[in-house]
Design a protein around this ligand. Structure first.
Ligand code: GLU
Length: 293
C-alpha cells in the first residue's frame, strides 16, 4: 500500500516588536502553541519588523522574555522579516513583470486632500473594511511613458496592486477555509473591498500583506491562528497566494480581548502588557485564566 505522507502541522505567532506584548498577544501565542502541541505540529515564531522606524531590539527582547515566562517554547530559528527583504522584493518583482502592480506617486497628504474635497459636498469616498479611504485611480491610469519618466526622475513612489488586473489574473472566485470564533466554513474572499493595496512603500521595502504571504509559504505554515481583527485581510492574502502560486493554509481567527473601555487591546492605547502583569505578581496560570483559557 502506498503511504501518503501527511504534512506536519505548522503554526506561527507573528508579533511586531513595536510595543510591549499585551494580553491579546498572550491569547494568540498560547492558542498557537497549544494547537501545535495537540496536533503533533511545530510552533514557529516570526518577528514582523519591516517597519524599522517603529520596531526596536528592546521590544523584540521583550517578546522572547514574555513568551518564555508564559512557558512557551518555539521551533528555531526565529524568522526576522528585516533579514529577508530580498525575498519580498523578488515576489514584488514577479508581480511587476506581470503588470499586476504599478508605481504610486500620490503622497498621503494628496490622497487626504482629494478625499476631503470629494466629501465636502456630502458624498462619501469609498473606504476599505478598516475604514481607510481607497487609493484614487490617478496612478493606475497613468501611461507607461509617464510612469517611466517619473521613475527615471527618481520620484518617490510606492508599489500598489492593480486590484482589477489582479482579480482577473487570479482567474475566478477565491475563498478560504475558516474554523475560528467568527464565521466558519468556506468563506468567500472579497479582496476588491480593499482597493489597490500597497505592497511596498518608499520608506519600507515591503508591506505586511506581501511579507506575510511570502513568509507563511517559506516557513511552511499550514494553520494560521490570529485575531479576528485580521479576518477580512485574509481576502488579500488569498489573492496574493494565488497570484504568487503559494500554498493555501487553513485559517482560524480567534476572539479578541477587549479593554475596560470595551475597545480591542492595542499597544498604542497603552493597555497593560504581559510584563506589567508579571511585575504585579500574576502567575502564568492566573494569566491564562484571566484571558479565558
Ligand atoms: N504582525 C501582525 C500583528 O502583530 C500579525 C500578523 C498575522 O498574524 O498575520 O498584528
Amino acid at each position: 500500500m502506498i503511504e501518503i505522507p501527511r504534512q506536519k502541522p505548522k503554526f506561527r505567532f507573528a508579533p511586531s516588536p513595536n510595543g510591549p506584548l499585551h494580553l491579546g498577544h498572550a491569547l494568540s501565542a498560547i492558542l498557537n502553541h497549544d494547537m501545535a502541541a495537540r496536533t503533533g505540529g511545530d510552533f514557529l515564531l516570526r518577528i514582523e519588523d519591516i517597519d524599522q522606524t517603529r520596531c526596536t531590539p528592546d521590544f523584540e527582547t521583550g517578546i522572547y522574555t514574555d513568551l518564555s515566562w508564559l512557558g512557551l517554547s518555539w521551533h528555531e530559528p526565529v524568522r526576522r522579516q528585516s533579514e529577508h527583504f530580498p525575498a519580498y522584493q523578488a515576489a514584488l518583482q514577479a508581480l511587476i513583470e506581470r503588470g499586476l502592480v504599478y508605481p504610486a506617486f500620490l503622497t498621503r497628504g494628496e490622497v487626504k486632500a482629494r478625499v476631503a474635497a470629494f466629501e465636502a459636498d456630502g458624498k462619501s469616498w469609498p473606504r476599505d473594511p478598516d475604514g481607510t479611504p481607497l487609493y484614487p485611480f490617478d496612478d493606475r491610469e497613468r501611461s507607461d511613458a509617464e510612469r517611466r519618466r517619473r521613475l527615471a526622475s527618481g520620484m518617490k513612489h510606492a508599489w500598489r496592486l492593480d486590484m482589477e488586473r489582479a482579480l482577473a489574473a487570479a482567474g475566478g472566485p477565491l475563498h478560504w477555509r475558516e474554523s475560528g470564533d467568527g464565521e466558519t466554513g468556506t468563506i468567500p474572499a472579497y479582496a476588491a473591498a480593499w482597493g489597490d493595496v500597497v505592497l511596498s512603500r518608499s520608506d519600507a521595502p515591503s508591506s505586511y500583506h506581501l511579507s506575510v504571504v511570502v513568509d507563511d509559504a517559506v516557513q511552511g505554515i499550514t494553520h494560521i491562528v490570529r485575531g479576528l481583527d485580521l479576518f477580512h485581510t485574509t481576502s488579500i492574502h488569498r489573492l496574493l497566494q494565488t497570484l504568487l502560486d503559494l500554498p493555501e493554509p487553513l485559517y482560524h481567527h480567534h476572539r479578541l480581548l477587549l479593554g475596560s473601555d470595551g475597545r480591542k487591546l492595542s499597544k498604542s492605547l497603552g493597555d497593560t502588557g504581559i510584563a506589567e502583569w508579571r511585575s504585579r505578581g500574576l502567575s502564568p496560570a492566573e494569566l491564562r485564566r484571566r484571558i479565558g483559557l
